[in-house]
Design a protein around this ligand. Structure first.
Ligand SMILES: Cc1cc2nc3c(=O)[nH]c(=O)nc-3n(C[C@H](O)[C@H](O)[C@H](O)COP(=O)(O)OP(=O)(O)OC[C@H]3O[C@@H](n4cnc5c(N)ncnc54)[C@H](O)[C@@H]3O)c2cc1C
Length: 513
């Protein structure tokens, strides 16, 4: 087995003949002695001629190759149950892993099934109605379902990443996610994949319960063994020895529940700022150095700088995407980005956010472990109070840096709409001053990024959880609560679809039978 790289101009197809000839050369064998030649990674290189760089794995006849086989899910109807709270990537992949290990996942989800959830999501944009249990963050599939579906992660546990990606393909994702350096699925395809995962779990004897918002956890004894009673709003209860808590970073009630019970929580830094929306054509022009052709994928960017001891960086960049209202309560304005699989809207958007630590907001010290959560909420409410609606306060990038309210604002993809606003006054000073310094710095890296045509909308605040539910590194259990397994983004141990899914797998494997 040998890995090597070849390139091919974007727009031209790499033929099988080219692939096998290159493999023969790399392996030093005749063309007819090549047993396999497989693309394992494809990345775009726009530095000079715009190329795809392919990483190829090839083997010669006679070599033994380890083949990946899809996991086998066991039938678990009568098996030991594990309660999984939340059906986001962490909860879904934890449940799939439980099936593999012969334990029965019982999934409790506060929101609706993915199909019904679509109607509530449409209501947010069209009628400005936010259902606190069914929105862009809550409901089957979790926050990743109506998203860009970007699947890259900084985590380097490649083996696990491949397990996640292979399973996503088996549930309907395009095979290209296995090789693309920056794989993404798109919000038009994700709901079907989420539905297929549910069908698989149910067919194998697992259970799904929608409209089941967990509001309490109580420990009780069964003989000399301890077990957990999980209480849902409305009174429904479920019991199991092990409970995986995969409720995401917006489930504030779960943090409040822990605080009420006196169970350990920790504060955790997060990042907050704005969404920047540029015309995609401008980003293409910058990133492809004026050589963009319509058959090329819409260009992406990733920017980072340090200002006054804090990182300012682009977050969840969506090429050819749209802005969405991801508020979970009616009185807050929270933005995020999503795109469909074609990424063909006229806009490029990304969060441009600044890291915040507790010492940056001393006025919130009185809230103890909730200081950063309260700070986050205060900014979200501030934006709502300005427009008195889900409309986003907005300002042209250049006006933002000059501290001028924009006399007009460009058209935006954000369906609730935008209102011209003094973001330089509405954002917390430390965040504003760092963003203000960052935009010209970003322009030095991407000439043309700092422009009158870019609109900033506030706020982008749900970048990660401002609270961690601490767990024992070895057992993965909550530090005080045997049998409770904090998991995924809400527990503060993951960020993004893939890393949350990986965390789900790790946690499920740690639950003891
Ligand atoms: C619009 C948008 C776009 C995004 N785009 C991307 C992207 O392109 N790529 C990427 O990697 N990440 C993206 N993200 C982030 C990503 O979705 C999250 O990192 C990921 O979904 C976290 O997974 P999780 O399973 O830990 O939590 P979540 O996905 O948040 O799932 C938590 C689940 O728990 C349920 N729940 C909450 N409280 C309770 C309760 N009390 N009882 C029962 N159920 C409960 C919720 O309804 C939800 O279904 C995006 C997020 C949003 C909102």
């Amino acid at each position: 087995m040998k890995e090597f790289e070849i390139s091919c101009p974007v727009g031209k197809t790499l033929s099988e003949e080219q692939l096998y000839s290159a493999a023969a050369k790399a392996l030093g064998v005749a063309r007819n002695k090549v047993a396999s030649a497989e693309i394992v990674r494809r990345s775009l290189d726009a530095r000079n001629e715009v190329l795809y760089r392919y990483r190829i794995s090839a083997s010669a006849v006679g070599e033994t190759i380890e083949k990946y086989t899809l996991p086998e899910y066991k039938f678990v109807s009568g098996a030991e149950p594990v309660i999984v709270v939340g059906s986001g990537p962490a909860g879904m992949f934890a449940s799939l892993r439980l099936l593999m290990e012969g334990r029965k996942p019982i999934i409790l989800e506060r929101g609706k099934d993915v199909h019904s959830r679509k109607f509530d999501i449409a209501s947010i944009g069209q009628r400005q109605i936010v259902n606190p249990d069914s929105n862009y963050c809550f409901g089957e599939g979790g926050a990743g379902t109506f998203s860009d579906g970007k699947l890259f992660t900084r985590s380097n546990k490649r083996g696990d990443i491949r397990e996640v990606l292979r399973q996503l393909v088996s549930f309907g994702a395009d095979e290209s996610i296995l090789t693309d350096a920056h794989p993404h699925i798109g919000s038009d395809k994700l709901p079907r994949i989420v539905e297929n995962i549910r069908k698989c779990i149910i067919e194998h004897g697992g259970e799904y319960h929608f409209d089941c918002k967990v509001i309490d956890l109580e420990q009780f004894n069964v003989g000399n063994k301890k077990s957990w009673k999980v209480i849902c709003e409305g009174g429904l209860t479920f019991s199991a020895k092990n409970v995986i808590l995969a409720t995401g970073h917006s489930a504030k009630e779960i943090y409040r529940l822990f605080a009420r019970k006196g169970w350990a929580l920790e504060m955790k830094g997060f990042a907050i700022g704005v969404r920047a929306e540029h015309p995609q054509s401008l980003i293409n022009k910058i990133q492809y150095h004026g050589k963009y052709q319509p058959f090329m994928p819409p260009a992406e960017y990733s920017l980072v700088t340090q200002v006054e001891g804090r990182g300012v960086f682009s977050f969840c960049m969506c090429p050819g995407g749209i802005l969405v209202p991801s508020s979970t309560e009616p009185s807050e304005v929270v933005l995020n980005g999503m795109s469909n699989s074609m990424r063909n809207s006229q806009w490029a958007n990304a969060g441009i956010v600044c890291s915040v630590e507790a010492e940056d907001v001393p006025e919130f010290d009185k809230y103890g472990v909730f200081a950063l959560l309260e700070f986050q909420q205060s900014v979200e409410h501030q934006m709502f109070d300005f427009s008195n609606s889900l409309q986003a306060p907005a300002q042209r990038m250049t006006d933002f840096c000059r501290k001028i309210v924009s006399s007009s604002i460009p058209k935006t993809s954000y369906t609730p709409g935008a209102v011209s606003a003094p973001l330089h006054e509405l954002l917390p000073l430390g965040v504003y001053s760092r963003l203000r310094a960052a935009f010209p710095a970003f322009d030095r890296k991407m000439k043309g990024f700092y422009t009158d045509d870019a609109l900033l909308l506030a706020c982008e605040s749900r970048t990660s959880s401002p609270i961690r539910i601490p767990r024992n590194q070895e057992t993965m259990c909550h530090v005080d609560l045997p049998g409770i397994y904090p998991c995924g983004e809400g527990a503060g141990y993951a960020g993004g679809i893939v890393s949350s899914a990986i965390d789900g797998i790790l946690v499920a494997s740690s639950t003891t039978a």
